[in-house]
Design a protein around this ligand. Structure first.
Ligand SMILES: Cc1cc2nc3c(=O)[nH]c(=O)nc-3n(C[C@H](O)[C@H](O)[C@H](O)COP(=O)(O)OP(=O)(O)OC[C@H]3O[C@@H](n4cnc5c(N)ncnc54)[C@H](O)[C@@H]3O)c2cc1C
Length: 389
């Protein structure tokens, strides 16, 4: 299918695909089974410009567009969705610091984030504040020229390993919700900063997930990102892009599983015929490919909506995330089914992709929260006499 990609986009995609084939795919099963976070390989990816793909070039970002980034994440995820998903979170944080940071913050952090000498985590979720992220209770109290942070963030990707934690917390009264939220850049190694045990997960095993615990952690006031009270807005701006990135990771995983299923059907014989000679199974493949390309169109379009700062970008990104992560999970499940019992075996790698893609329907806003965002905006537009665009 022709997606009207430019020659440059085709080149970025090919660069990422070659890297995924050579550096991710041969190791993805082992990283999953041994829970290995491939830091050296991620730094190699950064040397190709994948550490700060859509961050401006001023301090070392790659300066590409969101659509380019989606193509790159998709291509990388064909080799390992879990490792690529961490890279996408790192990219999201790097962009947030570039977009909302002061000149001094950008100068201080972007070069090291772009090279991945500093790795980054995004800290919004708390034990009691998941979908309702504005209800978080982690606080920062101003004391002279420092903030003093207390509380615990949960389920943080890269937790314990990352060097930089972008933490959304309350600088105002907790009950004020989103209005009281601010964003602080916290460096690893500060007194009072510690981490929970690595979570034991169904998938995403090539990256650590852990609690980030703040016990009177003192952070310079100069590390406030944006202004006090802007944290929720900053967190959500990051997530618009994050959702497109995660959806792109689902596309890559689904493409690998689909290709594997199609290849398997050319070899496997039952009832004296290759599986690909059964029309019921050809139809299945046709449906999988059609769903995948529909998901692609939505993801590329959502990325473009960010590139042009479209007024409806948030709903467009939410729709792409909802559709693509659900569709791609189902495609991988079908690919597993087409392998029969072999699909259930670790050696074939498809069950890993299924486990990795499962969480894309849960994080960066669950797919129920995507429906909430889409439905609420649609209702508002209708109430204001605006057709949905
Ligand atoms: C592997 C992994 C990595 C993660 N990485 C990060 C990270 O790096 N940084 C970070 O900040 N967070 C991270 N998260 C957290 C993730 O974003 C949250 O798990 C997610 O937002 C859901 O929150 P919750 O788990 O508290 O579920 P809840 O909010 O308790 O939701 C439970 C269920 O209720 C549904 N629900 C809730 N409210 C509504 C509603 N109003 N309408 C309809 N349905 C609703 C949800 O969709 C869900 O099905 C990660 C999670 C996982 C599993």
């Amino acid at each position: 299918m022709d997606f009207n990609l430019t020659p440059d986009q085709l080149a970025f995609k090919q660069l990422a695909k070659t890297f995924a084939d050579e550096q991710f795919a041969p190791h993805a099963n082992e990283w999953d089974q041994t829970c290995t976070f491939p830091v050296a390989t991620l730094k190699q990816a950064a040397s190709l410009g994948f550490g700060a793909i859509y961050t401006s070039e001023t301090y070392g970002g790659t300066g590409l567009k969101r659509q380019d980034a989606a193509l790159i994440f998709e291509a990388l995820a064909t080799g390992c969705p879990s490792t690529t998903a961490y890279l996408s979170i790192h990219n999201m944080v790097t962009w947030m610091i570039d977009k909302f940071g002061t000149e001094a913050q950008r100068q201080q952090y972007i070069p090291n984030l772009a090279s991945m000498d500093f790795m980054a985590s995004y800290c919004l979720t708390e034990a009691g504040a998941g979908s309702d992220a504005a209800s978080g209770k982690v606080t920062a109290r101003l004391d002279g020229d420092h903030y003093v942070i207390n509380g615990t963030k949960s389920f943080i990707s890269g937790g314990g390993t990352s060097d930089i934690y972008l933490v959304m917390l309350k600088t105002g009264k907790v009950e004020q919700g989103a209005k009281a939220m601010s964003a602080l850049i916290v460096e690893n190694g500060l007194d009072g900063l510690s981490f929970g045990a690595k979570e034991q997960k169904m998938g995403w095993n090539s990256q650590p997930t852990a609690e980030v615990v703040f016990d009177n952690v003192r952070v310079r006031k100069a590390n406030l990102l944006g202004k006090e009270g802007e944290g929720f807005k900053i967190a959500m701006a990051g997530l618009d892009g994050g959702r497109v990135n995660i959806a792109a990771c689902s596309l890559g995983g689904a493409q690998t599983a689909l290709n594997q299923a199609a290849n398997y059907m050319q070899q496997r014989e039952q009832f004296g015929k290759k599986l690909n000679q059964f029309q019921a199974l050809q139809f299945k493949l046709a449906d999988m490919l059609t769903q995948l390309n529909a998901a692609r169109l939505m993801v590329y379009n959502a990325a473009h909506s960010l590139d042009i700062n479209a007024p409806n970008k948030t709903e467009t990104c939410a729709q792409a995330k909802l559709f693509a992560t659900d569709a791609c999970y189902n495609i991988v499940d079908d690919a597993l089914q087409l392998h029969g019992g072999y699909g259930y075996m670790k050696e074939f790698g498809i069950e890993r992709i299924l486990r990795d893609l499962r969480v894309h329907r849960i994080l960066e806003g669950t797919n129920e929260i995507m429906r909430l965002i889409i439905g609420r905006k649609f209702s508002q537009d209708i109430a204001h006499g605006k057709p949905f665009e």
